[in-house]
Design a protein around this ligand. Structure first.
Ligand code: PGA
Length: 253
């Protein structure tokens, strides 16, 4: 049985004060005794502060990206060993905003993923199609290609230490969520594709849904057989909505 997981991707939002309040609120209201893990991915600069606040709690700490190198002349990058030193257990890789706004290629994303795996930081690999690709009937081809880049570089076994997030680009930050059936169809496809290489990995890997998840739609999404939780942007910036989503995942696990 897969545990549920809900991760907040705060993107480029917050001040040290708003972050302090958000984490305090999450810690105070986290549902107890449910089969769900919760995590937060603050902007890099807030990671030490959030790590301190989370000490002794079960809430996971993650980064929003990770370098494809360990150290050296790579201006603007933060490496997996650095993230580890500050207590990060997770790192998002391949987010569509990185792919589309910053031109990150499948090859670069695979190298970032590989570094996270190598250093024991659990990557949350984001994959998903654009609206044009969906309308052209290319959804499965797109996610296959994005997954293949990872499988060819890091191998199927690496997914024992990773999480997948299916995030249709057209649903991110738009308020337009995939329907539970639309999301389930792609999640099942991903699992089937992995099962062709390793049925145990396919059965065990957590596949999160991301794209306008909120307190109102979380339950019906998480009720689907192959949706194991969510990667949540906008709704993770408010204590109440984030906690409601975590609660919904706990009830559906
Ligand atoms: P959203 O973002 O929940 O604001 O749509 C999700 C994500 O980008 O991970």
């Amino acid at each position: 049985m897969r545990r549920s997981l809900v991760v907040g991707n705060w993107k480029m939002n917050g001040t040290s004060e708003s972050v302090r309040q958000l984490v305090d609120g999450i810690l105070a209201g986290l549902p107890q005794g449910k089969a769900v893990d919760a995590g937060v991915c603050p902007p890099y600069v807030f990671i030490p502060q959030v790590a301190q606040q989370l000490q002794g709690s079960q809430v996971l700490l993650g980064a929003q990206n990770v370098a494809d190198q360990d150290s050296g002349a790579f201006t603007g990058e933060v490496s997996a060993p650095m993230l580890k030193e500050f207590g990060c257990q997770l790192a998002i890789v391949g987010h569509s905003e990185r792919r589309m706004k910053y031109g990150e290629s499948d090859a670069l994303i695979a190298a970032r993923y590989q570094k996270a795996i190598e250093h024991g930081v659990r990557p949350i690999l984001c994959i998903g199609e654009t609206l044009e690709q969906r309308e052209a009937g290319q959804t499965f081809d797109v996610v296959d290609e994005q997954l293949d880049a990872i499988l060819n570089q890091a191998g199927i076994d690496s997914l024992r230490h990773a999480v997948i997030a299916y995030e249709p680009v057209w649903a991110i930050g738009t308020g337009r969520t995939a329907t539970p059936d639309q999301a389930q169809e792609v999640h099942a496809h991903i699992r089937q594709k992995l099962a062709a290489q390793d049925s145990t990995v396919a059965e065990q890997v957590q596949i999160l849904y991301g794209g306008s998840v909120n307190a109102d739609n979380a339950s019906e999404l998480f009720a689907m057989a192959d949706i194991d939780g969510g990667l949540v942007g906008g709704a993770s910036l408010k204590v109440d909505s984030f906690l409601a989503i975590v609660q919904a995942a706990g009830e559906n696990s």
